[in-house]
Design a protein around this ligand. Structure first.
Ligand SMILES: [Zn+2]
Length: 288
């Protein structure tokens, strides 16, 4: 079980599904050259770059957020049984270890009050649903699932297996809370638009007792992008917008000091950002 950390009075814990070498920098970021990567190998290896395979080490995970009022999950990984035929390791997975790790953190599916979706990609909303008697049903029977309106509109207009298996059943069950820009659950948890990776991508902001954090979803994929913030991810919906959003969020993190909780950086995944010329340094949170 991963240790928890605090944002003021809010308790946060990562619930990891997998952490492993995933893709080479060049296959993830088309702008990356071998020389760029070589210049940063000394700090990337072995934590963020696998010396054997040359692939970036990535985490697929959720953040479990406990405020005084609510039990919240931010994003829900790949899940089990989902049709991800394009990527064999994620196709109809049978490993339900993520649910066991959630239970080990003291949370049963019925305890979750809110599921916040940064965006509706396969590795962020898989556990939204599970297969029960041949039907996809919400995994969290008492939760409202918070999704940005632009993201839902795009999914509805372009339905794929992620939509039909992991999103549409939540809407059909009446558990979706489709929200506009500026949505706030309360004074401790709210959404911030971070468009580019997808049409309606959002960050989930936390604040308590003067401390602040943002869970950034796929605004950024690897600590290497702190040094190359203009590199775009191969599958960004709007690469130029994603670039502008990434710079804006990283600059804000420098100025405000708020904690950045990333979706995919290697453990402990969360940290603080400092300016380094016109790029950035990322310092991982200690004891997280
Ligand atoms: Zn992702």
């Amino acid at each position: 079980m991963t240790p928890s950390f605090a944002v003021g009075d809010i308790q946060v814990q990562r619930i990891v599904e997998v952490a492993q070498p995933f893709m080479s920098p060049g296959s993830m970021f088309p702008e990356a050259t071998d020389d760029d990567v070589a210049a940063h190998r000394h700090w990337l290896e072995p934590h963020a770059l696998c010396p054997d395979s040359g692939k970036l080490i990535m985490t697929i995970q959720s953040y479990l957020v406990r405020t005084a009022r609510h039990v919240i999950l931010i994003d829900t990984c790949v899940g089990c049984g989902k049709d991800n035929a394009w990527f064999a390791p994620w196709h109809r997975r049978t490993d339900a270890g993520w649910l066991a790790r959630l239970a080990a953190a003291g949370v049963a599916p019925g305890d979750v009050d809110y599921v916040f979706c940064t965006h509706l990609h396969l590795d962020h909303c898989g556990w939204n649903t599970r297969l029960l008697d041949g039907r996809w049903v919400p995994t969290f029977p008492n939760a409202r699932y918070v999704m940005a309106r632009a993201e839902v509109a795009h999914g509805e207009a372009n339905p794929n297996t992620v939509w039909t298996e992991s999103v549409a059943p939540v809407i059909a069950a009446g558990q979706a809370l489709v929200v506009d820009d500026g949505y706030a659950l309360d004074d401790q948890v709210w959404l911030e638009p971070t468009p580019g990776h997808t049409a309606g991508h959002v960050g989930v902001c936390l604040a308590s007792n003067g401390q602040r954090a943002i869970m950034t979803g796929d605004m950024i994929h690897s600590p290497l992008q702190c040094h190359f913030p203009d590199w775009t991810f191969r599958h960004d919906f709007d690469p130029r917008q994603a670039q502008a959003t990434r710079r804006a969020v990283l600059e804000d993190a420098c100025e405000s000091g708020r904690l950045v909780m990333t979706a995919h950086f290697p453990a402990p995944s969360a940290g603080h950002v400092a300016a380094r010329g016109d790029t950035f340094d990322f310092t991982y949170l200690a004891n997280a």
